[in-house]
Every structure is written in structure tokens, then in C-alpha cells.
Design a protein around this ligand. Structure first.
Ligand SMILES: Cc1cc2nc3c(=O)[nH]c(=O)nc-3n(C[C@H](O)[C@H](O)[C@H](O)COP(=O)(O)O)c2cc1C
Length: 417
């Protein structure tokens, strides 16, 4: 299937400068420099590009808000923190298509009026960091960025991202770049007005930025041929070891979930049947197998009761106990809460402790009723959205699979064993 980012399928190996140029690489940048920044932002808005880092915020709007804030200087931050379990799309893009990513960075900096861009890259991603470092040198030598490079001056610097989940949250990213702990800030103010060093900042995910050059090179109409009217373009989805062909797959928005699982992933390993699907693991609601034909786009997933997040699709096979599954998720969030906000620290550790009790058969039916109350009480009380993330998996699991919970509570044993 033709894609925006992977026109000939997921590339094998790293694409160097010459190969990238032979398929129109950096032509979008040349076009852009002959256009006003406002027009670039308009094209990105008209294309309907939305952030691929999880929240799906409209990119053109974020850029316009940054550009229009009079305070100077402005900064661009590429978010390649990628520490969500199962996520690997940003690593693949940085390793294999570094120039596509860098061209997106340069154009985005031009659009928001930034003279400095920071590339925040997961410190464990050695190959990706090397690929981007080498590509930056190649692109600088070719005059695409730098002091005397393109018609606007741009400095680009790589900053290693600490290996923890919260360090990918945009204001935590900003704190790390400022040399501080990866602790999110209270919002508002949002980074578009008060961001890095207190200045207007656009934080954009790697995949978001990778979409920029193709849109500007081929045009809005071309881009809108992919996906749906409400969710134009494509998105990269990641499948893990639950399927026969794990990996990353770029699909137009609106493609049925079934296509991803069966055609791309080759179905579940050992011919197992599906018990539940998470379309945005680990923080979305479980979907029952009947929802397998739900289109993979923002609105359809929301209507189905779930979300798209950053495209990590987890499939739970029949025979797996949902209580064990949810316990692992609750423990993950308890471990990853940065501990800064008392409500988040207490909520995530309490939920994890309660799930452990359920697993061991303690608490009876009343403990199940407590989950919703604790989640509702703490909603909105953290600086970042980690505080709400355990809710959808826990509450959907209790609703969809009461039998698994009842079995644990009645016997203290796992029905799967
Ligand atoms: C706990 C947490 C972790 C996050 N991790 C990442 C991450 O690794 N990469 C990313 O791009 N966005 C991550 N985000 C979302 C960012 O805060 C932000 O929305 C995103 O970088 C904006 O880019 P986009 O508009 O291109 O999606 C995370 C958010 C939260 C709450």
C-alpha cells in the first residue's frame, strides 16, 4: 500500500542524502523558502495534519499560536523521547529516514520563526542518534541549515532524553532541555506561549515532523487523498509479538483495525482467537473482538470507546487473564508516575495495590466499586495526563470481563492457569 512516509514500504536500512534527494528530498524546503511562513502554516492546517505524539492536536494551530506570540526567540523541539511500551515508530523514522525527519524540522522551525531547534532523542537509541547526527552533518554541508545555510539561520542541537515515560511529556521535555529533572509543568501556560527558557515553543513528535515535507512537496490535495475527511493522511501503527508479523505499518487513517491485525500482522500467533484489543496501549480502553472492524481514525476510535494514542496496538489473546493484564498496566503507571503531584503518586500506587489485592482474591465486589470512585476523585489533579491513563484500561476491563474478576475474587487463583 502506498504511504506518505514509506512510499515503498518500511525502508530497509538508512536512506542517505543522495538517495533522499533523488526522490525529491529537500525540494519542499526550497519551495518553502520562497513562500511566507504564514502560507506554510496554512498549508499544514489545510492538510489537516494532527500530532502523532498521542494527543492529536492540530499541528498548524500549534505552529500559528507559537508564531503569533510576540515574545522572542521562538524554539522548535522535536520529541523523540519515545518511551511508551511497544512504541518504535519514531526510532524507525530516525534510523531509516533521517533526512525526511530533518527536512521536517528545518521547515517547521522556519514556519514558527525559530532560529534554534532541539532534537530530543531517547538516550537508549544509539543507532537513531548516530543516524540523525550523520544526517545533520550531511545536510549542513549541503547548505540546508546553519549560520550561512538556507536563507534563514538555524542552529540544531541533539539532547538525550532520559529513559522514563514521563520524560516524553512536552513540558517535561522542556525541563530536561533546560537541564532539570523530567517533571511536567502545570499548564496553562502552554509551551506555545511560555515554553523553553520561558519563550514560545512548539514541541512536535518525530512522526508529525516527518509528514511536513511530503505535504509541502506534493500539496494538500495529494495528502488528503490518504485517510478520511476528518482524519486525513496516514499513521504508523506498531504491532508487538502477539501477532505473526510484528513490526510497524503505515496505514491511511480509516483503515479497519482488522486489516492491521490480519493482513499486516498475519493474525495472532498459534491461530489464537482475540479476547480484547487495545488500540492505544497501555492507556486506552479495551475493545471487545466484535469491534475489530472499527476504522483506525480519531473519531471512529473515540465513538467505539477507545483512542488512537501514538499507535501501539496490543492484542490480548483468548486464554489470557485480563486481571493479570490490567495488574501489569496498573503497576506500570505506578512505577512511571514521576511522584511530583501527590494525587498522581497516591492514585497510581493505590490502583496498583488494589489490583494486586484483586489478583490475590481479596476485597470482594466492593473493591471493584472503589476503582471508579478513586479515578473520578483524582481526575484533573495532576500536572500531566498520566493521572488519567490507568482509568480506561481498568474500567473497561471490569465492564467487559467481569468473569475474570469474579474468578480471582472468589478463588484468589487465575482462571487462565
Ligand atoms: C506521560 C506522557 C508521555 C509522553 N511521551 C511522549 C513521547 O515519548 N513522544 C511524544 O512525541 N509525545 C509524548 N507525549 C505527548 C507530548 O506531551 C506532546 O503532546 C507531543 O510531543 C506533542 O507533539 P505532537 O503535537 O506532534 O503530537 C507524552 C505525554 C504524556 C502525558
Amino acid at each position: 500500500m502506498e504511504g506518505v512516509l514509506f512510499p515503498r514500504g518500511v525502508p530497509e536500512g538508512r536512506e542517505g542524502l543522495e538517495k533522499y534527494r533523488s526522490r525529491g528530498g529537500y525540494d519542499a524546503l526550497s519551495k518553502v523558502l520562497a513562500t511566507s511562513a504564514e502560507d506554510v502554516i496554512k498549508q499544514i492546517s489545510d492538510a489537516g495534519l494532527r500530532g502523532r505524539g498521542g494527543a492529536g492536536f492540530p499541528t498548524g494551530r500549534k505552529w500559528a499560536l507559537t508564531r503569533e506570540t510576540p515574545e522572542q526567540p521562538h524554539y522548535l523541539v522535536m520529541n523523540g523521547g519515545e518511551d511508551e511500551p511497544g512504541s518504535k515508530k519514531d526510532r524507525v523514522l530516525m534510523e531509516n529516514l533521517p533526512h525526511l525527519v530533518i527536512e521536517g524540522v528545518i521547515i517547521s522551525a522556519y514556519a514558527i520563526g525559530a532560529a534554534k531547534a532541539y532534537l530530543y532523542i531517547n538516550a537508549h537509541y544509539e543507532a537513531a542518534t548516530k543516524s540523525i547526527t550523520d544526517a545533520l552533518a550531511e545536510a549542513k554541508d549541503a547548505g540546508y541549515w546553519g549560520e550561512n545555510g538556507s536563507e534563514f539561520s538555524l542552529d540544531i542541537e541533539i539532547v538525550p532524553a532520559p529513559h522514563n515515560y514521563v520524560a516524553g511529556e512536552d513540558t517535561a521535555v522542556i525541563e530536561v532541555i533546560e537541564g532539570k529533572k523530567a517533571w511536567p509543568r502545570q499548564k496553562p501556560p502552554f509551551p506555545v506561549t511560555v515554553g523553553l527558557f520561558g519563550k514560545p515553543t512548539s514541541v512536535n513528535n518525530v512522526e508529525t515532523l516527518a509528514n511536513v515535507a511530503p505535504i509541502l512537496l506534493h500539496g494538500v490535495d495529494w495528502y488528503r487523498k490518504f485517510g478520511t475527511a476528518d482524519s486525513p493522511g496516514t499513521m504508523i501503527f506498531a504491532l508487538d509479538d502477539d501477532v505473526n508479523r510484528p513490526g510497524v505499518y503505515e496505514l491511511p487513517f480509516g483503515t479497519p483495525l482488522r486489516y492491521l491485525i490480519e493482513e499486516c500482522g498475519g493474525g495472532l500467533k498459534n491461530g489464537k482467537k482475540i479476547k480484547a484489543i487495545m488500540s492505544a496501549a497501555p492507556s486506552c480502553a479495551f475493545l471487545p473482538p466484535e469491534k475489530i472492524d472499527t476504522p483506525l481514525d480519531h473519531y471512529s476510535m473515540r465513538d467505539a470507546g477507545s483512542a488512537l494514542g501514538c499507535g501501539v496496538v496490543r492484542i490480548v489473546s483468548e486464554g489470557t487473564c485480563i486481571v493479570e493484564e490490567v495488574l501489569r498496566i496498573a503497576e506500570f503507571f505506578a512505577a512511571e508516575s514521576c511522584g511530583q503531584c501527590p494525587a498522581c503518586r497516591m492514585e497510581t500506587s493505590t490502583l496498583s495495590m488494589m489490583m494486586k489485592k484483586v489478583q490475590q482474591g481479596q476485597g470482594g465486589q466492593p473493591i471493584l466499586e472503589q476503582f471508579g470512585k478513586i479515578l473520578a476523585f483524582n481526575k484533573g489533579k495532576g500536572f500531566c495526563s498520566l493521572i488519567v491513563m490507568p482509568g480506561p484500561p481498568i474500567e473497561s476491563a471490569i465492564t467487559l470481563f467481569p468473569g475474570d474478576f469474579e474468578a480471582h475474587l472468589a478463588t484468589g487463583k487465575c482462571p487462565a492457569n
